[in-house]
Ligand binder design. Structure first.
Ligand SMILES: CC(C)(COP(=O)(O)OP(=O)(O)OC[C@H]1O[C@@H](n2cnc3c(N)ncnc32)[C@H](O)[C@@H]1OP(=O)(O)O)[C@@H](O)C(=O)NCCC(=O)NCCS
Length: 161
């Protein structure tokens, strides 16, 4: 009985600590006035990440910001989205391989990035575009399209005119 209570207290405290850590990480970013960011979230190089007004980030996002990440207004990231803005030169070894090569990622306004998507270094995603769940976005995606797959390809226009 005593053991169970101790276990509950232990998990409660661990949970509180993690929550504080995630809140700290979120507060380090350039936050807009209105946003919804669910925890847990993993952020590297928070100072290089710029988030647009009214952004929504679902659970388990991983934002590796060393090369810079810009996400526009009203854009939603589904759960488990990962954005990488740094790469490595695989023709090198040791320290030279370890050294990162920054490549900025820019995601426009009013986009929806489906759950589990990976956005690769240097990629730009245009305004109003939707990336389907589980995509690996290796190349730029223009505005106003629905794109998905690995590698991510344009499937159709988002709005028919
Ligand atoms: C991309 C998306 C918006 C497309 O929706 P849609 O236009 O209604 O597409 P449909 O469901 O009609 O599917 C059309 C075809 O694309 C395929 N498809 C849909 N989404 C896909 C995806 N993410 N990856 C690969 N194929 C996909 C379907 O299997 C279907 O194939 P078929 O024509 O051979 O049967 C949607 O499928 C998606 O990925 N949504 C993200 C959901 C999500 O991440 N939710 C988390 C909460 S934020």
């Amino acid at each position: 009985m005593k053991g169970k209570i101790m276990q509950k207290i232990f998990y409660y405290l661990v949970n509180r600590c993690l929550n504080l850590l995630h809140s700290y990480n979120i507060n380090q970013m350039n936050l807009p006035t209105k946003y919804k960011i669910k925890k847990p979230i993993t952020i590297e190089a928070h100072k290089k990440i710029i988030l647009g007004e009214n952004i929504g980030i679902n659970v388990n996002a991983i934002l590796i910001g060393w090369g810079g990440i810009e996400i526009g207004e009203n854009t939603l990231l589904g759960p488990n989205v990962q954005i990488y803005s740094i790469t490595h030169d695989y023709t090198k070894f040791g320290e030279e391989l370890y050294k990162g090569i920054p490549q900025k990622v820019v995601i426009g306004n009013n986009c929806w990035i489906g759950g589990g998507t990976l956005v690769m270094p240097g990629v730009n995603i245009g305004n109003n575009s939707v990336i389907g769940a589980g995509s690996v976005v290796t190349k730029d995606i223009p505005e106003n399209v629905i794109a998905y797959g690995n590698p991510c390809k344009i499937i159709k226009k988002r709005f028919e005119v």
